[in-house]
Design a protein around this ligand. Structure first.
Ligand code: ADP
Ligand code: MG
Length: 695
């Protein structure tokens, strides 16, 4: 393999390429835009466009695309060649600043949640200079924001950038009270991505995996994850080759892929990059997911990003590690050597605590999807109840402030192994808590409720906005304070008095916590259906409007898109189940019935008085299950047909959850039982053993 430092970022129009290829003044102007979000003028755009094109052509590109992130949750692209005809029947390769800055894709086929009608087709993409352009598959990719002709936001990038501006503005106000004048405060994210890899040939035989991304049928295998032998286990050769290849592709795109390991479930793995600014991390996570799928193909594998591909083993999530940093490189969530004396840190921490407590429902919506409903609260991922883990040291400090006491410094302790030959090191002051949805992990928060297939944009839009709002309130108070130092302590004290109910350092999987959380008055929005509408609550609309993230219409459109998405997902799953049940499972089962009953009939007709009691019992069970299976098909079919009569979107979503999902489960239960008694030769598609234990 070539030297990593050489291939790293070789397909990215990054700062070193810019510096080498752009005139000094242009580079400086572009850098200012990247750092401060200042607008770029047309002359500069022209120069940048030409340099980008020349560089891209050298990398083998013939086309460019405005790469954007519509509300589908994935990315979209339309490719245009650089060609421009000239007189002699030839072409030259051109790319103008105008083409770099603005694109005009037809917006009518992207979800808008009722913001615009199909005939109002015009949409615009706008270059986002804060994320690097790159070359992939012969095309220059330009990261862009996407909106409608009327100015409504139709994507996930625009509000994310706005939310980053909101944090920047409010955090700087706070920092100025501590005598600091910084150019920019950005949020940073490292998104750990979980995924499954399975054999492509097996995958191709399963319509459910192809159409819905998860298995809709499948009896539990004799072995699952109970031996705990997969987590951090040695990586099988085929997978390790895949991971190497994937790292290479990601490195070329300038993605800091750093850690890889096996996860808890069989065939489950994880990739973690080194963190970057949230905008870049979001783009990179999208590219990572795309590459994971693409590279899998080369290795005869398929990468499943669904939140719950298999019942009975863990599903996949995404851990969103989040912090705030100044342009000088100061992490505002770094407690330092003596957290109890670090009032600036404690103030930022208080803002996060207050934000999570006041807007726990918004955080819950930001991770809501039909797929993620299978995980949250299923004792494998954090529960649907949002709470925070701070650890003993910080909780102790904050409690002391709340009670007006002197906080005690925690003594550093050395890790003792009892073996002299092993090096000694200082222990962390707190242990980890894997069950918490929102855990402080030393100098960042880890929001663990995100689904594996989702864009991380939604969660970060909410996180940035709610923290910006608390920082705004704090900054307003400090503006009016006579003694800033005293006011800072007063704010921290008050935050703990009012919001410490959100802190929970115990086991989030336990039944007692569910009861305790209810007693504390915390939200428990169990499914997407009850979570989603809370996004549109009056106070949330006000919040988003105040910080210029969404208009009221945009908020409501997002609620509609989320509900629509939920309904469509369930509907596709139900139709896929019906199709597989009728065309694959039932014929196989009937065929097997024929075999069993023929054998029985032959034995009975021989007149040998053979004892066939067990065989009769077996045949009867098979026949009864077959009959039950057919009834469950009819019931699911009816549930799907009846859904058409339901008009109001929220009612429709509720109906899908309560009636269709229930009918799907009933059908699956019978099918899974049939699978355990029908001959494996006859079973029409690969089983869980085939899928999970490939070599
Ligand atoms: P752990 O999961 O053991 O806490 P790491 O320290 O390796 O592991 O961090 C996990 C993820 O958090 C990585 O993607 C890492 O880059 C990211 N991370 C570390 N520091 C920050 C930060 N200041 N802001 C955002 N993400 C961070
Ligand atoms: Mg982690």
């Amino acid at each position: 393999m070539s030297d990593v430092s050489e291939i790293f970022g070789c397909n990215v129009f990054n700062e070193s390429v810019m510096q080498a290829r752009l005139p000094k003044a242009v580079f400086k102007a572009l850098k200012k835009t990247m750092l401060e979000g200042k607008e770029i003028n047309k002359e500069i755009a022209d120069v940048v466009a030409t340099a980008m094109k020349d560089w891209a052509i050298e990398k083998g590109a013939t086309h460019y695309t405005h790469w954007f992130q519509p509300m589908t949750g994935i990315t979209a692209e339309k490719h245009d060649a650089f060609i421009t005809p000239v007189d002699n029947g030839k072409v030259i390769m051109e790319f103008s600043g105008k083409e770099l800055i603005k694109g005009e894709p037809d917006a009518s086929s992207f979800p808008s949640g009722g913001l615009r009608a199909t005939f109002e087709a015009r949409g615009y993409t706008t270059w986002d200079p804060t994320s690097y352009a790159f070359v992939k598959d012969g095309t220059l990719y330009i990261p862009t924001a996407f909106g409608s002709y009327g100015g409504e936001v139709l994507d996930k990038k625009t509000p994310l950038l706005r939310s980053m501006d909101a944090i920047d503005k409010q955090a700087k106000r706070i920092l100025s009270k501590f005598g600091k004048d910084v150019t920019r405060v950005s949020t940073t994210v490292g998104a750990e991505q979980e995924y499954f890899l399975i054999d492509r040939e097996m995958y191709k035989k399963r319509k459910d995996l192809i159409l819905s991304g998860r298995t809709l049928f499948g009896a539990r295998p004799p072995k699952g994850q109970e031996m705990d032998d997969h987590y951090f286990g040695h990586i099988r050769t085929r997978v390790s080759e895949y991971m190497k290849d994937l790292d290479n592709e990601l490195w070329k795109l300038g993605i800091l892929s750093k850690t890889k390991h096996n996860e808890v479930a069989p065939c489950q793995h994880e990739l973690a990059p080194i963190f970057g600014t949230t905008n870049l991390a979001t783009d990179h996570n999208q590219l990572t997911m795309e590459m994971m799928k693409k590279v899998a193909k080369r290795h005869g594998l398929v990468c499943l990003l669904h939140e719950k591909p298999f019942e009975g083993v863990n599903g996949s999530g995404k851990h969103n590690n989040w912090a705030m940093s100044t342009s000088d490189g100061e992490n505002l969530l770094e407690p330092g050597k003596s957290p109890k004396d670090n009032t600036q840190f404690l103030l930022f921490l208080a803002a996060v605590i207050k934000a999570v407590d006041e807007y726990a429902d918004l955080l819950r919506v930001s991770v809501a999807s039909a797929g993620n409903d299978h995980r949250l609260g299923a004792h494998e991922a954090p529960p649907a109840i949002i709470s925070m883990f701070l650890g003993d040291e910080l909780t102790g400090i904050l409690d002391a402030i709340k009670n007006g006491e002197e906080a005690q410094a925690v003594k550093k302790q050395f890790m003792e192994t009892g073996v002299d030959a092993l090096p000694k090191f200082v222990k962390d002051t707190t242990d980890r808590n894997r069950t918490s949805p929102f855990a402080f992990t030393g100098n960042k928060f880890e929001f663990r409720s995100l689904g594996s297939s989702a864009s991380i944009a939604s969660a970060n839009i909410v996180l940035n906005t709610i923290v910006a709002e608390e920082l705004r309130q704090f900054a307003d108070r400090l503006d009016n304070a006579t003694d800033v130092k005293e006011e800072v302590v007063a704010i921290i004290k008050e935050t703990m008095e009012k919001h410490d109910r959100i802190i929970f350092n115990g086991n989030n999987y336990s039944e007692e916590w569910v009861k305790e959380a209810e007693r504390r008055g915390l939200h428990n929005l169990k499914t997407s259906v009850e979570a989603i509408p809370t996004f549109g609550a009056k106070e949330h609309v006000e919040l988003f409007e105040k910080h210029g993230i969404f208009t009221e219409a945009e908020v409501h459109s997002r609620v509609e898109i989320l509900l629509e998405n939920y309904i469509k997902t369930i509907n596709i799953e139900a139709l896929t189940m019906l199709d597989m049940a009728r065309k694959e499972i039932l014929p196989a089962v009937l065929n097997y019935n024929k075999e069993v009953f023929s054998t029985l009939k032959v034995k009975q007709e021989l007149g040998l008085n053979l004892i066939v009691e067990k065989e009769q019992g077996y045949a009867t069970k098979l026949s009864n299950l077959t009959e039950a299976f057919m009834s469950k098909i009819d019931e699911l079919d009816k549930a799907v047909v009846d859904a058409k009569n339901n008009e109001e979107i929220y009612e429709m979503a509720k109906y899908h959850r309560d009636c269709i999902v229930a009918a799907m489960q009933a059908l699956r239960m019978v099918s899974d039982e049939l699978e355990t008694i029908v001959s494996s030769e006859k079973w029409p598609f690969p089983t869980y053993v085939d899928l999970l234990f490939y070599v």
